[in-house]
Design a binder for this molecule. Structure first.
Ligand SMILES: [Zn+2]
Length: 172
C-alpha cells in the first residue's frame, strides 16, 4: 500500500505571468517649467489649444476706476493665434477701462500697453498654429485699432494733453 499523500496539488495558477510584461506607458519626461536642455525638453504647448510652438509670455490688462485698481494677467504659453487673441482682448479692455484713476493714467496703463505690444510681437513671430486634435484656437477677432472701444482711450489722452498744455501756458 503506497500511502502517498495527496501531493499532486495543482500549483496555484499565477494569473499574471511573470516577466517584463508590466506595460508602463512610457511617459515622456515632462518639465512643467521648461527648464532642461533646450534641444530636448518638450516644449509646453499652447494652454488654450495645445498647439506648438507656443511662446511662454504673460498678457496683461489693467482697470483703474477712481481708487480701485485691478490688475489682470494671463500666463502663457500661448500659440500664435491664441496669444494674439488674448492680447487683443486684454488690450481693448485696458484701453476702455485703464484710464480712470490717476496712477493708472500716468503709469500702469502705459506700462500695460507697452507690455502687450511686446507680447503681440512675440506671438506674431511664431508660425501659424496647428491646434492639438479636438481643440480649437481662440478667434483672433478684429485688430485693436478697428474696435470702437479702443478710441475711448482718446478721451483721457486728450485730457492729459489739455492739462499739460494748460500747465505750460500758465507757467509763463
Ligand atoms: Zn493656441
Amino acid at each position: 500500500m503506497t500511502n502517498s499523500p495527496y501531493l499532486s496539488q495543482p500549483l496555484p495558477a499565477h494569473g499574471a505571468p511573470h516577466g517584463p510584461l508590466a506595460t508602463y506607458p512610457a511617459a515622456p519626461p515632462q518639465s512643467p517649467f521648461g527648464y532642461g536642455q533646450p534641444g530636448h525638453a518638450p516644449m509646453p504647448g499652447c494652454r488654450v489649444c495645445g498647439a506648438q510652438p507656443a511662446e511662454n509670455f504673460t498678457v496683461r490688462a489693467h482697470q483703474g476706476l477712481l481708487v480701485v485698481m485691478r490688475f489682470e494677467k494671463l500666463d502663457g504659453p500661448f500659440c500664435r493665434t491664441c496669444g494674439r487673441a488674448v492680447v487683443r482682448q486684454m488690450t481693448s479692455r485696458t484701453l476702455l477701462l485703464g484710464w480712470w484713476s490717476p496712477l493708472s493714467l500716468v503709469a500702469v496703463t502705459p506700462f500695460t500697453l507697452v507690455w502687450n505690444l511686446i507680447a503681440h510681437r512675440k506671438f506674431s513671430k511664431l508660425p501659424a498654429s496647428m491646434p492639438a486634435p479636438g481643440r480649437q484656437s481662440l478667434p483672433e477677432g478684429a485688430p485693436v485699432y478697428r474696435r470702437p472701444v479702443a478710441y475711448v482711450a482718446l478721451i483721457p489722452v486728450a485730457w492729459a494733453v489739455w492739462a499739460i498744455t494748460g500747465l505750460i501756458t500758465h507757467a509763463g
